[in-house]
Design a protein around this ligand. Structure first.
Ligand code: ACM
Ligand code: ZN
Length: 529
């Protein structure tokens, strides 16, 4: 056939739908998808067979999904298997990778580890949710681009109920995120129960009122308040429940206990933790406060170590986040304890004192078998030995840390701050004035070009941060996160080469029925309305 005839014939086939239709609408896009010709109709009762006891729990997620989608199911029933879940003993297989095949024998999902099987089943949810029955023949080979795929939630400014935290985790898992960064302590509230320090629950977990509007600390005097006492905390039992729920969904929870800054609530509960013995109160406005933990007194370290002794057993993951950001040094400059510490330790300035503080905490956490993460300010004054840097003030901190041989998680404000508006702030709910559209997030590239290939191996992945100064409700939090989280999911999971924004928008459109079924309060700007 001549080339022109061939093209004409091809166009005709595409128009008449004889050729395989376009690939299924999947987010994040798998590494490789090949669609065959033919379809497999799910039988009236879908028999799901978990060929390995370790696959059984994943099979339960699948049968639950199918039942809600209107397909009666049986699990390891006697009939022919419609869907097989298989753990292979491929020792070289990627733990989070999977192989999914739909052909005339039905559906097979194979993986070398439970996490991969779980992700294969998430892909199957989308196939069933968007293609319905029958399913197109398709073969998918998939594995993530980055090992760390995170979403953060600030529960210090406003607290969110356990049920919502679980929903947040569920949605993350559906889109193959694997790390939930739980920002648990703030100037405005301490949200995790520490039994040895009851005043954290009685005092630090509450504030007397909250500033209205966009006022920051520096506006003090002009702002108005809501006059409503606000607060609460998660009990250790609730924390265990959340962690177990996340683990079940292949998500690791990273707790963040902020130090030395963002500590006003803790100081309100235990004023001896500050440089000046005096009255402190849990913050009622937003911004950065000078009241931070005293780096000179031994009692500060004793407190923090005791806090971590209760926190660490609740979180089985290897990472613990210690904050480290936005710690003004004003109090340390005039504190005799802090100055004495600097003299004794031969520290040149207060940045080095912060490094002393952080490195001392790191040594303690390493002894407990944990790896410490900190915001990029922990670079100032010298990086702790094994610390992982979370780069938020752009990518410079992450680049510097990777050059020093440290692992890095990218969360730069210009792409990853989901508290920023996703469209013209004048038409969006109250929040920061900056705008990060879905398309901007989608265009993020976590591997900086100026790093060598070896240095790039230190970029573990990326994360979106959802700060909540202006986000009081679960519905609002979800609105800020979705659909931007879907864009980031594709950035951290899919091969860079397959990313295409127009295709992404089409696929998210196709996924809307599924998002609606999961009752996601997503923003609709990308759909043109
Ligand atoms: C931060 O946004 N202060 C990490
Ligand atoms: Zn001090």
């Amino acid at each position: 056939m001549q080339a022109t005839n061939y093209l004409f014939f091809l166009a005709l086939l595409l128009c008449t739908g004889v050729l395989p239709a376009q690939n299924p609408a999947l987010v994040p896009l798998p590494a490789s998808v090949s669609r065959g010709t033919g379809t497999y109709a799910l039988p009236a009762t879908v028999n799901v067979v978990a060929e390995d006891p370790d696959a059984a729990r994943v099979a339960e997620f699948l049968t639950d999904f199918l039942e809600v989608a209107g397909h009666p199911t049986s699990l390891n029933g006697t009939g022919t298997a419609a869907i097989r879940l298989r753990l292979t003993d491929d020792a070289d297989g990627e733990a989070e990778g999977y192989h999914l095949l739909v052909d005339d024998a039905g559906v097979t999902v194979e993986a070398s580890a439970r996490a991969g099987l779980f992700y294969g089943v998430q892909t199957l949810f989308q196939l069933i949710g968007t293609e319905g029955a029958p399913l197109p023949y398709v073969e998918i080979e998939d594995a993530p681009r980055f090992a760390y795929r995170g979403m953060h939630l600030d529960v210090g400014r406003y607290m969110f109920p356990v049920d919502f935290i679980k929903k947040y985790i569920d949605l993350m898992a559906h889109f193959k995120f694997n790390t939930f960064h739980w920002h648990l302590t703030e100037d405005q509230g301490w949200r995790i129960e520490i039994k040895q320090y009851p005043r954290l629950q009685e005092v630090a977990a509450y504030r007397d009122e909250t500033v209205e509007g966009r006022a920051q600390t520096r506006d003090r005097g002009q702002e108005t308040f809501d006059h409503e006492r606000y607060g609460g905390y998660y009990t250790q039992e609730e924390v265990k429940e959340v962690v177990a729920y996340a683990t079940d969904r292949s998500i690791t929870v990273v707790p963040e206990i902020e130090l030395p800054g963002h500590a006003r609530a803790a100081l309100a509960a235990y004023p001896y933790l500050g440089c000046e013995e005096g009255a402190y109160e849990t913050a009622e406005t937003w911004g950065v406060f000078p009241e931070i933990y005293c780096a000179g007194k031994e009692s500060t370290f004793e407190f923090l170590e005791n806090v971590f002794r209760e926190v660490l057993p609740l979180f089985p993951g290897k990472y613990v986040h210690i904050g480290g950001d936005e710690a003004p040094k004003d109090r340390w400059e005039s504190c005799p304890h802090c100055q004495k510490r600097m003299e004794e330790e031969g520290l040149e300035n207060e940045h080095e004192l912060q490094s002393y503080f952080v490195q001392r905490m790191e040594k303690f956490l390493n002894e407990q078998g944990k790896t410490m993460i900190g915001w990029d300010e922990i670079l100032e004054g010298g990086l702790a030995q094994n610390a992982v840097v979370m780069s938020w003030r752009g990518e410079a901190g992450g680049i510097e840390a990777a050059k020093q041989g440290h692992d890095v998680i990218m969360t730069p404000t210009d792409w990853c701050y989901f508290d920023y508006a996703q469209a013209d702030p004048a038409t969006e709910p109250l929040g920061p004035q900056a705008v990060i559209t879905v398309e901007k997030v989608y265009g993020y590239e976590p591997l900086p070009e100026e790093l060598t290939a070896e240095q790039q191996t230190h970029i573990l992945g990326a994360q979106a941060n959802l700060w909540t100064e202006y986000v009081k409700t679960p519905e609002h939090a979800e609105y800020m996160a979705y659909p931007r989280a879907l864009a980031l999911a594709e950035v951290v999971w899919s091969p860079q080469l397959v990313r295409d924004y127009a295709s992404f928008v089409q696929r998210v459109k196709a996924l809307r029925p599924l998002l609606d079924r999961w009752e996601v309060n997503y923003a609709t700007h990308i759909f043109g309305k």
